[in-house]
Design a protein around this ligand. Structure first.
Ligand code: URA
Length: 426
């Protein structure tokens, strides 16, 4: 094939054949199709979309670009979860050990944060000694012994996606449903899990804001999973308000440990429990008493074993920030609004996230919220605390928070954009 002909097909709203898609992804992975040609193609896909068959072919071609993992020899069933990312979304941390405490294996290959949404590996790396990079052999051992592993995906899984994602990131073509769905599902299918639960976010802090689009993404991914023989379902969940009270890295680990100890903020707990039930249902345990495992220390024991297995010290003190800045309530009333996106951007500017892939993150940077929408507040009480190691970062973080929260009066509408868990798909 000639890549320019294929670009013409998509540019003119045509449909690519299976052979054309296979050729394109293989040639791009091997460097025979140039980045500028692939950028034209991703923009054409962004503008003109793809049919279901094309999306499936694209996903399979990306899986075929690299290695696949196989956990079928394991003595336990495997089930995984993927979130499309949000602000304060630390759910993987309590969820993986909680599910594993029921004898199910959770092979969670995670990423690092880019932009305002955090990365699970960045959070866990705030635990002294903890290692994200373990090989597949060690991963298997930990899955047998402990049940839960959260680690970095090797570059061998769906390398076409790695290349394509970096390109989309700098060409304004990230937010296309065929590209997002094939990107996420190629990695998850290549990882070899037999079941998958998707936490698809909508709202201001999500990467597709609109619930219609999130629903379409969820449906597309569930179909891709089921077609590939992976039992897949999705929850559409609300990302208009930050999840929990901690946004950052070390503080999110702290909050996760509270949930594992049977406490923690009610939204983090509720979402952890709902996703655990979904995952366990796929593993044949629809009646598992998930709340009990959080209450009686079973989930916490699995967390400690999981952290220890990857070199971490679950009892070690977590990093604390060098500088803090407390923002007080300017008046008494009810906190009626707290927007996820600006709080995510502020945490990022404080150093919790990175601007470029190669940048380090500050483990102690981020934001601790002291009130959630609906809470009564009194003038002068702390509303939230900004944390960083570099005080020159405060000004730009505070700038991001201009208009991000509002104190109203009793009886005013609380702006949350709907329930935490809006729909189940699958
Ligand atoms: N996460 C991914 O892995 N890929 C995308 O395209 C978007 C989010």
């Amino acid at each position: 094939f000639d890549v320019v002909d294929l670009i013409h097909v998509k540019r003119d709203r045509g449909v690519l054949s299976t052979e054309q898609i296979n050729w394109l992804i293989d040639a791009y992975t091997r460097g025979f199709v140039a980045d500028e040609q692939m950028s034209a193609m991703t923009m054409a896909i962004f503008l003109n979309g793809m049919e279901r068959r094309e999306i499936r072919d694209l996903t399979l071609a990306m899986i075929a670009s690299g290695e696949t993992m196989d956990f079928s020899g394991l003595s336990k069933k495997t089930t995984d979860k993927h979130s499309t990312g949000g602000v304060g979304d630390k759910i993987t941390l309590p969820l993986a050990p909680l599910v594993a405490s029921f004898g199910v294996a959770v092979p969670q290959l995670s990423g690092r944060g880019l932009g305002h949404t955090g990365g699970t590996l960045d959070k866990l790396e705030s635990i002294p000694g903890w290692q994200a990079n373990i090989g597949p052999a060690r991963m298997r051992e930990i899955l047998e012994e402990v049940g839960a592993v959260i680690c970095a995906a090797g570059s061998g899984l769906a390398p076409a996606d790695g290349k394509l994602y970096s390109l989309r990131d700098i060409t304004g073509t990230v937010e296309a449903i065929p590209l997002i769905a094939s990107s996420i599902m190629s990695k998850k299918i290549a990882e070899g899990t037999s079941a998958l639960v998707l936490d698809v976010k909508f709202g201001s802090g999500a990467f597709l804001k609109d619930i219609e689009q999130s629903r379409e993404l969820a449906r597309t991914m569930v179909e891709l999973g089921v077609d590939a023989g992976v039992a897949t379902s999705a929850l559409l969940t609300n990302m208009n308000v930050p999840l929990g009270l901690a946004i950052g890295n070390a503080n999110e680990v702290r909050e996760s440990v509270e949930v594992l100890a049977g406490g923690g903020p009610s939204d983090v707990r509720a979402l952890t429990v709902a996703l655990a039930r979904e995952m366990l249902a796929h593993a044949g345990l629809p009646d598992a008493d998930v709340e009990a495992a959080l209450g009686d220390g079973r989930a916490m024991d699995t967390w400690r074993a999981m952290i220890t297995a990857q070199g971490g010290d679950p009892g070690a003190a977590l990093p604390v920030p060098r500088e803090t800045h407390v923002v007080m309530a300017p008046r008494s009333g009810v906190l009626v609004e707290q927007q996820a996106l600006p709080f995510g951007i502020a945490a990022w500017r404080l150093g919790a996230g990175r601007a470029r892939k190669q940048d380090p993150v500050q483990h102690a940077a981020g934001i601790d919220l002291h009130a959630k929408p609906g809470d009564l507040v009194t003038e002068g009480q702390p509303l939230f605390t900004l944390n960083t190691d570099e005080p020159e970062r405060f000004a730009r973080a505070i700038e991001a928070l201009d208009g991000a929260y509002r104190i109203g009066d009793a009886g005013d509408d609380i702006v949350t954009g709907g329930p935490l868990i809006a729909e189940r798909i699958g």
